[in-house]
Design a protein around this ligand. Structure first.
Ligand code: PLP
Length: 414
């Protein structure tokens, strides 16, 4: 038998994909399944982008390698977009942009270019499930900073400061946040900026990786803010990651990018050249053609859809009647990305699991398993995101189905 490397063996299976697969199998067998695991929007991309993709099918260049870092016109466009949307004016002159096969690939490239074996990377819980795995794959050590639902899942800035040391190579900040569905508020970001501004100059090896893939997906009229907007000097230590997967509803087209100080962008380009070459040529050329100004009117109905479903969560779990059923404590207000975490530990059903005492102190997987098997509700266990005894709910389902799913869930939990 072919021997699998210890590195590959150590990678955790993607629970999201596994549960999604199980939900699909059950649905194929005829069961009514409410699949709340999805990380993608059920919307087709903007018609202008579809036209642009069709036009792109003609020229030969759409089928040939692009420059490793991406098509020059597109990189310029992404830099322009970041400057405008993050209100940065002319501060990005010393930055390079590298287009990759999705933001996930961009993040992996960056970690690969800055982490040596044994280096620590700070991740703020709740965190995107792939960060710790990518860090381990590059032989780094993920360092988790916990946060609480009562604090709206905002980690304490002092807790982050306490964990920084000579081994710290990076801090990953993801706002708007998957899986919490919150954006780190301006006051939090200011406090973080003040703390980090002192620390990064004391520890010259720290990079701030800002994963902004959900930047466009706030649905309460707020705009996310970032540390580098309060202190432009921090741009020297920052990598911004974004992509089209979420903002243009194109998860399958696999285009993401990073903006990094030029020497780091050059290293990312070198790594990418020897691993995957450039990203998809057809999509890159089509995006050069696409007017990013169209994004706003494309996103408005999507934001309304997410906001409506967030209201349903509030109505079902926060409504006057449900406090009595013991559910008033299991939710919190959300405003962005397309998920939220439901806290199983404060619901009446939890005592049944805790009594079984079979899973240490975390029963997320058991509860999610039973929810799927017994009620046809597919959630992702929150333990994968650093929050035990919770489940991640995706807000993307159509409103009627989503309401049904929330009512079934509420009944199960109470
Ligand atoms: N970052 C976060 C927080 C995500 O949730 C995702 C996708 O779910 C990504 C990055 C990756 O996006 P992409 O599809 O561009 O690789």
């Amino acid at each position: 038998m072919i021997e699998i490397s210890s590195r590959a063996m150590a990678i955790k299976e993607s629970v999201t994909l596994k549960l999604n697969e199980k939900a699909v199998i059950l649905a194929e067998k005829g069961r009514k399944i409410y699949n709340l695991t999805a990380g993608q929007l059920p919307f087709k991309p903007h018609p202008q982008l579809l036209e642009s993709l069709q036009r792109g099918l003609v020229p030969l260049k759409s089928f040939q390698y692009t420059a490793v870092a991406g098509v020059a016109g597109l990189r310029k466009k992404f830099i322009e977009y970041i400057k405008q949307s993050r209100r940065l004016e002319s501060e990005l002159v010393d930055f390079g942009c590298v287009v990759s096969n999705g933001a996930k690939h961009s993040i992996d490239n960056i970690i690969g270019c800055i982490v040596n074996p044994g280096d620590e990377v700070i991740v703020l819980a709740p965190y995107w499930v792939s960060y710790p795995e990518m860090i381990r794959c590059w032989e780094g050590v993920p360092v988790e900073i916990a946060s609480k639902k009562q604090d709206n899942f905002l980690p304490k800035v002092e807790d982050i400061a306490k964990r920084i040391n000579n081994k710290t190579k990076a801090i990953i900040i993801n706002s708007p946040n998957n899986p919490a569905g919150i954006t780190y508020p301006q006051e939090w970001m200011k406090r973080f900026t003040d703390m980090i501004a002192d620390v990064v100059f004391e520890y010259p090896k720290i990079t701030l990786i800002s994963d902004e893939i959900y930047f466009e997906l706030t649905y309460d009229n707020s705009r996310p803010t970032y540390h580098y907007q309060f202190n432009h000097k921090l741009l020297e230590r920052t990598v911004i990651v974004d992509g089209i997967s979420k903002s243009l509803a194109c998860t399958g087209l696999r285009i993401g990018y990073c903006l990094a100080p030029k020497h780091l962008a050059a290293a990312v380009e070198k790594l990418q050249a020897q691993t995957t070459s450039g990203a998809n040529a057809l999509v890159q050329h089509s995006l050069v053609d696409f007017d990013f100004g169209q994004m706003e009117n494309f996103l408005n109905p999507i934001r309304t859809h997410l906001s409506n479903n967030a209201q349903i969560v509030k109505k079902v779990f926060g409504g006057a009647g449900n406090g009595g059923k013991g559910l008033a404590e299991c939710w919190y207000p959300i405003n962005s990305a397309f998920y939220f975490l439901i806290d199983f530990s404060v619901t009446p059903v939890f005592s049944r699991y805790a009594r079984s005492n079979t899973s240490g102190n975390d029963y997320s997987a058991e509860i999610c398993h039973d929810l799927l098997e017994q009620k046809g509700i597919a959630l992702v266990p929150g333990s994968d995101f650093g929050v035990p005894n919770s489940g991640r709910i995706s807000l993307v389902l159509e409103e009627k189905e989503f309401t049904e799913a929330m009512n079934i869930l509420a009944k199960f939990l109470s």
